[in-house]
Design a protein. Structure first.
Length: 432
């Protein structure tokens, strides 16, 4: 058998007849899957075994079986241990009639006793069942499964030791169970460690005919809680499939996720992609989105001339609304953060460094608009203060030294009697 075969544990949900195992086999073939596990206690004992075997053989679907979870070869009562022996033998007989190649079972619970005592009882009573099957020439492979709860016999060590101790057995490795009961075995290096131990303790044949279970899983400090769909779990199935590919493992992979065929197909498609050299487990690199091209706004015509105030031409460019050969009209003052009272024609604000007061120079409002007809004292204003181009000034402003790199906080001054209020904006403070 080449490579890995993928299938479901039980009848797929999408089978045309949910209770029919024959319908389940047919649906497995329709989906492009390869195998199916007969899961007890599904109502299959009344099915004609010849029909099951013939359907599976005709469609090329491989069969396996899973014994009831109630088996316990470490039961307190001797009668229950003997009953477990009998049921395992009966299921192996049915599996042979159906054409199934293996039967998986959970060996035992510790029941408060030591693992060593549980192992001793399992070996004793399981040995009796295996001898009976040998007498009947039953060639179905019996497989103890690695279990998910910490109160169950079924650690990796126990399972491999049991199979090495009883050569009639072969392991069924439930990787999600190992993850749930240990909190480990969930990375590529850890998965490769498991495969290396299989080969070292049981030989290369153990990797050439593996029986694998994969599903998502919920867990707590006691181990397994319930099975989940793969995408709802943190079980790292992608890295497991990479390890199986790299070790050239062969056998069957049975999906036990609640959604059955959906995750079985996901596993098969992922594995096939890995074998083609692709890596579907790695999220594709996101292409950097190119920023949208935004048309830059047309620049306003720069100031090239400022009548009678050439020395403050650089200031005029920073004042909103300033146009070539014109000066900002009174209303534009509000845009640069200076509030002009109604009865004042203009207000020039100067805040000398180190002083708490604001020097405000005002001039009564005139009915005529401001024009650039007179500009006195522009040289001083251009150096130290924000000023309106085209202002009239009846007296020069005395400017004291300004400290460099000192920011003026945004504060309003309206309290001084007889002086119109002036608000200093952030823009004003940055420009001194």
């Amino acid at each position: 058998m080449a490579g890995l075969l993928f299938g479901t544990c039980g009848i797929p949900h999408s089978a045309s007849i949910p209770e029919s195992f024959v319908s389940g086999i047919e649906r497995i073939k329709e989906l492009g899957l390869d195998c199916i596990e007969i899961k007890f206690p599904q109502a299959i004992t009344t099915i004609d075994p010849n029909t099951v075997r013939e359907t599976a053989a005709r469609l090329g679907v491989r069969l396996s079986a899973h014994a009831p979870y109630s088996l316990n070869f470490n039961a307190v009562k001797r009668q229950e241990r003997m009953s477990s022996e009998q049921r395992l033998v009966e299921i192996a007989r049915l599996a042979s009639l159906w054409g199934a190649q293996s039967v998986t079972f959970h060996p035992a619970f510790y029941l408060g006793g030591s693992p060593e005592k549980a192992y001793k009882n399992v070996r004793k009573h399981l040995g009796k069942a295996l001898k009976q099957l040998e007498k009947e020439y039953n060639r179905v492979q019996i497989r103890p499964e690695t279990t998910g709860k910490i109160d169950q016999l079924g650690t990796l060590e126990e399972t491999l030791y049991l199979c090495a101790d009883m050569r009639e057995l072969a392991p069924a490795v439930h990787f999600a169970h190992l993850f749930a009961r240990t909190g480990g075995f969930n990375s590529y290096p850890e998965f490769t460690t498991i495969l290396q131990r299989l080969q070292r303790q049981l030989g290369r044949a153990a990797l050439d005919d593996m029986h694998i279970y994969i599903c998502g899983i919920a867990y707590n400090e006691y181990g397994e809680c319930e099975h989940l769909n793969l995408k709802d779990s943190d079980f790292n199935y992608c890295e497991l499939l990479k390890a199986l590919r790299d070790f050239e493992a062969r056998g069957v992979v049975i999906c036990e996720s609640p959604n059955l065929e959906e995750d079985a197909l996901l596993l098969k498609e992922t594995y096939d992609s890995l074998c083609r050299g692709e890596d579907p487990c790695t999220a594709p690199e996101r292409k950097e989105e190119k920023p949208a091209i935004v048309a830059e706004p047309e620049e306003e015509e720069p100031v090239t001339e400022c009548k009678e105030c050439p020395e403050i031409e650089w200031e005029a460019q920073s004042v909103p609304g300033h146009k070539k050969k014109e000066h900002v009209i009174e209303e534009e003052w509000h845009k640069v953060g200076c509030i002009i009272p109604e009865d004042v024609r203009q207000a020039v604000c100067v805040w000398p460094a180190g002083k708490e007061e604001l020097t405000i120079v005002t001039e009564p409002m005139e009915k005529e608009p401001i024009t650039a007809t007179e500009c006195k004292g522009c040289e001083e204003l251009a150096k130290e203060a924000e000023a309106l181009p085209g202002h009239k000034q009846t007296s020069p402003i005395t400017v004291t030294e300004f400290k460099e790199e000192e920011l003026i906080s945004e504060t309003k001054y309206r309290d001084e009697p007889g002086i119109p209020g002036c608000a200093i904006s952030k823009t004003w403070s940055e420009n001194g």
